[in-house]
Design a protein around this ligand. Structure first.
Ligand SMILES: *Cc1c(COP(=O)(O)O)cnc(C)c1O
Length: 299
């Protein structure tokens, strides 16, 4: 009788094979006293709407990302809309977007007067299928939106080639894949511009927030004028924007809450080492499942 009960599967009412308490290993992000102190520092001096901490976060982020510019937003949706606007997407324009993604890789284009053309995804990577892009390009197409879905990099080389051939911009949505690599290159540095969510459910989770990164000065400045009037100053280099200095050209206000940027600075500091540990654990997990029929590692 005793033996029978022990060998009964937990799903049929038997004892659980794993009895140990996993504690908080599944709690993300990891919040320590350092995050709490950073948030309290902003709160206690009333710096929530200022930009001093955010500017530091942007500098550190650009450094970590390996791009010239980083621009912080109140959420990922806004940062992706600014990336579209940065690429010159406007009335009557089309962007090509993968048909599997969260809606905020695409729908903001309507608020710019453009529209979305959906392309197929690769069934193995769930990312935009480079073979399904070219026949969707029209004379209205302005940009290709690439999403590195669930942390898996999209196949960037052929996508960049197609974009170059047709004179299109490439936007990377890195919301699922901060710090991921494609052939040794950091995701977010391959297209013309990248933008991403940093909300609590993402890999790099700081609370509500988004980040746009680029090496392109004009894209950066267009992203500023869409939603950051306080940064639209005499330092601008794009000639056609200069006459409007200081004006809220997009009619939006997209600056990051400084509790987010304060927590973001702490999270970024530990991000690589925490990811390394998770990567090690995930690879161990997939290594053990190697050869199990019907399962294929997603790594
Ligand atoms: C979460 C997410 C967004 C939107 O970001 P928010 O910060 O929630 O506005 C955009 N694209 C993808 C792929 C996402 O997962």
């Amino acid at each position: 009788k005793e033996v029978f009960i022990v060998s009964k599967l937990a799903i049929f009412g038997g004892p659980k094979a794993v009895q140990s308490d996993p504690k908080d290993i599944f709690t993300w992000p990891i919040i320590t006293k350092e995050d709490e102190d950073a948030a309290l520092e902003v709160l206690r001096r009333g710096g929530m709407s200022a930009t001093d901490v955010t500017i530091k976060f942007e500098e550190e982020f650009a450094d970590w990302q390996g791009t010239k510019y980083a621009l912080a937003f109140n959420n990922g949706t806004a940062s992706l809309q600014a990336a579209m606007y940065g690429c010159g997407v406007g009335v009557g324009d089309e962007i090509i977007c993968p048909s599997v993604t969260y809606w905020a890789s695409a729908i903001q284009v309507f608020s710019l007067g453009g529209t979305v053309v959906f392309a197929e995804v690769d069934p193995d990577t769930l990312c935009l299928d480079p073979k399904d892009i070219e026949h969707r390009i029209s004379d209205r197409t302005k940009a290709i939106m690439v999403v590195h879905y669930l942390g898996h990099p999209a196949d960037m080389d052929p996508i960049m080639e197609i974009a170059k051939k047709h004179n299109l911009k490439v936007i990377e949505d890195v919301s699922h894949a901060q710090g991921g690599l494609y052939k040794g290159r950091k995701l977010g540095t391959i297209g013309d511009v990248a933008a991403m969510s940093l909300m609590s459910g993402k890999s790099l989770a700081i609370g509500e927030g988004g980040m746009l990164v680029t090496d392109d000065r004009e894209i950066y400045e267009r992203a500023v004028v869409l939603g950051h009037y306080e940064k639209f100053n005499d330092s601008f280099e794009t000639e056609y924007l200069k006459p409007y200095t200081g004006l809220p050209m997009g009619g939006y206000k997209y600056r990051m809450h400084q509790i987010s940027s304060a927590v973001g600075r702490v999270q970024l500091k530990y991000y690589d080492e925490r990811c390394e540990e998770i990567r090690k654990a995930m690879n161990y997990f997939w290594d053990l499942l190697e050869g199990v029929p019907g399962l294929k590692a997603h790594r």
